[in-house]
Design a binder for this molecule. Structure first.
Ligand SMILES: NC(=O)c1ccc[n+]([C@@H]2O[C@H](COP(=O)([O-])OP(=O)(O)OC[C@H]3O[C@@H](n4cnc5c(N)ncnc54)[C@H](O)[C@@H]3O)[C@@H](O)[C@H]2O)c1
Length: 365
């Protein structure tokens, strides 16, 4: 099978075309949406909340930090003059019942009784002692602290499961559609995940954080293949180091002199993905803003801002051509699997089905 025949896969999984950051979007497209943001009390979550509440959305902040979350929700109601602009709900994402409560409260507080967007943003980077077994003369090591995995993986999986339940129930929403007209489609069904550059690259001395964020990327890539069957669009943001409280001081020291990204650029990426209902299955890396130019081989170079043909950007689309030509391993394997299926034909299908039925009835494997 020719590679070109596989390009149909992105339409099969309903992935929208690679992002063009030159295409404008309008902030007010988020107006009237009800948006849950876990970890919404500070950092990116607070940035998302401010931008979306200011533009007419109802933002439900779920966080363990009651003081900051409550203060932010109050401030946003005052600043916008809208009672429905923002609400705080205490939520520990590692606790299933706590997240169930967050979603139920969101439904109760939502002006239209539904949830349009869920942002699985809560995340931590606890001290990573995975490679430090402690006293080597002890009879056995004590277990590692997996808090990072609890929040960044279990918490995100709970959020995802609840989103899969509530998003399709959003009254008046239609299944996601890359040909939708964003300004007209007020009801949405969108799950936005927060990965990291640690989803793509190893992070020395922080294997737990890197593991957790690799898991989030795996979740995204799996979900986006089938979430359209529930009419849900799924996207992901993968920030580089951005100056918030989650970045340990030691990392800030190590990064001194290099570039750190800005919360406002993460908020920009998130707002594009949330506002524009045409975007399905896409991932944006957010780094420090820089002036760059691409050469003929596709390599990017740092250039001065006056250089002809240069662009200033903090946003990059990663896996732009997934399910098309670039993901060579997937393409090769899928090509072989198709070839096997074709070679075996209907006889192969019937044999497999008979074996399956027989095993189900007689309990054989
Ligand atoms: N800042 C970065 O450099 C960076 C880079 C890549 C990815 N990220 C990811 O972005 C997301 C947001 O991070 P941030 O930089 O805004 O960090 P932050 O520390 O400023 O905000 C995280 C928020 O999550 C909340 N939280 C922590 N544990 C929670 C729990 N169990 N239940 C509910 N809320 C909880 C915190 O109270 C806080 O308000 C995280 O998933 C993080 O891993 C951050």
């Amino acid at each position: 099978m020719a590679a070109s025949q596989l390009t149909g896969m992105s339409s099969y999984i309903k992935q929208s075309p690679p992002l063009d950051f030159g295409i404008p979007y309008v902030d007010s497209w988020v107006k009237d949406r009800t948006i849950i943001v876990t970890g919404g009390a500070s950092g990116f979550g607070a940035g998302f909340a401010r931008r979306w509440a200011t533009n007419g959305a109802t933002v439900i902040l779920g966080d363990v930090d009651v003081e900051k979350g409550d203060a932010l929700a109050r401030a946003l109601r005052n600043e916008t003059g809208r009672e429905s602009a923002a609400h705080f709900v205490h939520c520990d994402v590692t606790d299933w019942q706590s997240q169930v409560n967050l979603f139920k409260e969101a439904i109760r507080l939502s002006p239209h009784g539904g949830i349009d967007t869920v942002v699985a943003n809560a995340g931590i980077q606890a001290k990573d002692r995975l490679q430090e077994p402690g006293d080597l003369s002890a009879a056995s090591p004590s277990p590692p602290n997996l808090a990072t995995v609890d929040v960044n993986v279990t918490g995100v999986l709970y959020t995802t499961h609840l989103a899969c339940y509530w998003l399709p129930r959003n009254p008046g929403s239609k299944p996601c559609n890359m040909n939708s007209v964003p300004g007209k489609q007020t009801r949405d069904r969108h799950l936005l995940l927060l990965g990291s550059v640690a989803s793509l690259a190893p992070i020395a001395a922080a294997p737990l954080y890197a593991t957790s964020k690799h898991a989030v990327l795996g979740l995204f890539r799996s979900l986006r293949a089938t979430s359209h069957l529930q009419g849900i669009r799924v996207n992901i943001i993968l920030p580089y180091f951005i100056d918030t409280t989650i970045v340990p001081v030691i990392a800030k020291v190590a990064l001194a002199g290099g570039g750190m990204g800005k919360v406002e650029d993460v908020v920009e990426a998130g707002t594009r993905l949330v506002a524009d209902t045409r975007i399905l299955g896409r991932g944006i890396v957010v780094g420090p803003k820089m002036n760059v130019k691409q050469d003929d081989s596709g390599e990017w170079h740092l250039v001065s801002k006056n250089e002809q043909g240069s662009t200033k950007t903090a946003l990059w689309e990663v896996h732009a051509d997934d399910f098309e030509e670039v993901e060579v391993f997937t393409r090769r394997v899928v090509k072989l699997l198709y070839a096997v299926e074709l070679a075996r034909g209907w006889v192969g299908w019937a044999t497999d089905m008979l074996t399956l039925v027989r095993n189900q009835i007689f309990g054989q494997r």
